[in-house]
Design a protein around this ligand. Structure first.
Ligand code: IMP
Ligand code: MG
Length: 178
């Protein structure tokens, strides 16, 4: 992997396809074990989590379901700090074991907000699964039991994550060259 350009910025290799694949498989095995005998409902948060969700779900072997939701609050390279409303949830999650699937948790504000909205719908349980977590940026107290990589605060792109709309198609993850 070498340095690449997305829009006006350069990005350097950070996590390879093989590294990501290995961690996603480990996470799927943990979820398989933790939810044995249950049928979890994965809620993939669009758009960024679509690649992670597709790989994670194909590594899960227990019965499960997936639905897609949207709670966008991020523009360019800085969080707006404004959380929009939950969109797209048509499934009744009352009594369900919900696993929220995120690409990256940065300030944690999006997930905190979403947890509150979901809790009001009386699910049996809600847990967070995030491919990436930036612990250094976390502004709220958030339990993230399922996480593949804890990373520094650098802006990253690829494997579903975008920089101004582009780069989601990159099979690996790259970090911005400052
Ligand atoms: P939070 O509310 O600050 O945790 O925002 C999380 C959302 O911001 C993620 O779902 C991403 O869409 C976006 N985001 C945060 N950090 C990055 C990054 O480094 N690259 C691309 N998107 C990011
Ligand atoms: Mg996201």
């Amino acid at each position: 992997m070498e340095t690449i350009k997305v829009q006006d910025r350069l990005f350097t290799p950070f996590l390879s396809e093989a590294e990501i694949k290995g961690r996603v498989a480990e996470l799927a095995a943990r979820i398989d074990k933790d939810y044995v005998g249950k049928c979890p409902l994965f809620l993939a948060v669009l758009s960024g989590s679509f690649v992670f969700a597709a790989d994670l779900l194909r590594a899960i072997t227990i019965p499960c379901e997936i639905a897609f939701i949207r709670v966008s609050s991020y523009e360019g390279m800085g969080s707006t700090g404004q959380v929009k409303q939950l969109m797209g949830l048509k499934e009744d999650i009352a009594g369900r074991d919900v696993i929220v699937v995120e690409d990256i948790i940065d300030s944690g504000l999006t997930m905190k907000e979403l947890q509150g909205i979901l809790a009001a719908k009386q699910p049996a349980s809600v847990r967070l699964a995030s491919l990436l977590v930036k612990p250094g940026n976390m502004k709220v107290d958030l339990d993230i039991p399922y996480r593949c990589f804890d990373i520094p605060n650098d802006f990253i792109v690829g494997y579903g994550l975008d920089y101004d709309g582009q780069g989601r198609n990159l099979p690996a993850i790259y970090k911005v060259v400052e």
